[in-house]
Design a protein around this ligand. Structure first.
Ligand code: C5P
Length: 214
């Protein structure tokens, strides 16, 4: 499932983020292509803004298209209605367009090995500080056990369905699985799975794409 219904306010391109062009094709097209390149996925469901449903269906004839919601979790919930009888489900941000196939492989392998919820993640490189409203440092956080979590996040389908029966207040799907009482397993992420959020990220993605395609 690819939630792609974000407005892209922080990117500031004037177009919903997944429909912004990256090297001549939309972020969403490149994301769907990346999912296909992993060779592990039978059905792709994309959640997009309502006004872009027809456009997306024409652009990507092989994917199922649903109307996304106001929050990312609403978009995922909408996509969940279209996954059919899948037993392993991946939820992958459209905005993590350059995610290498190996990351998909690690996530799927861990779910198939029995983990109900799996996230790719990286150690945190920066020093992290907790600050108050006035910008004063309260403490320095031990970054050793911290991880920055990416997508695709993988689930046994019953775990994701259970996660979405409860609260949907979390910034990722594994957070909902946690709230529903499931253990969440971490596998190695990849720097290329970064999320295109700002204009800087889009520029970085363009440069990386140029370097990768020669
Ligand atoms: O906003 P953020 O960058 O966290 O969004 C992560 C992913 O979730 C993006 O691919 C975005 O399109 C998607 N999203 C969505 N529906 C929303 C908000 C975000 O599908 N309401």
């Amino acid at each position: 499932m690819i939630p792609a219904a974000g407005s892209g306010t922080r990117l500031g391109a004037g177009t919903p983020k997944a429909f912004v062009e990256l090297g001549g094709r939309t972020i969403l097209e490149r994301c769907v292509e990346g999912v296909g390149a992993a060779g592990l996925v039978d059905v792709v469901v994309v959640a997009v803004p309502e006004e872009l449903v027809d456009h997306t269906a024409a652009l990507l004839p092989d994917v199922r298209v649903v109307v996304g919601g106001a929050e990312r979790s609403h978009s995922v919930r909408a996509a969940l209605t279209e996954i059919g009888d899948a037993d392993v489900v991946l939820v992958h941000d459209a905005a993590r367009t350059l995610t290498p196939p190996a990351v998909f492989g690690r996530v799927v392998d861990a779910v198939r090995a029995g983990a109900p919820a799996v996230v790719p993640a990286l150690p945190v490189a920066d020093t992290l500080k907790r600050v108050d409203d006035g910008g004063r440092v309260i403490s320095t956080v031990d970054r050793g056990p911290l991880r920055a979590v990416q997508t695709p996040q993988g689930f046994a389908v019953e775990a994701l369905r259970a996660a979405y029966r409860g609260s949907t207040v979390a910034t990722d799907d594994a957070g909902l699985a946690e709230l529903a009482g499931y253990p969440v397993q971490v596998v190695a992420g990849d720097a290329l799975a970064f999320k295109i959020t700002t204009a800087f990220d889009l520029r970085l993605a363009e440069l990386l794409l140029g370097a990768m395609t020669g």
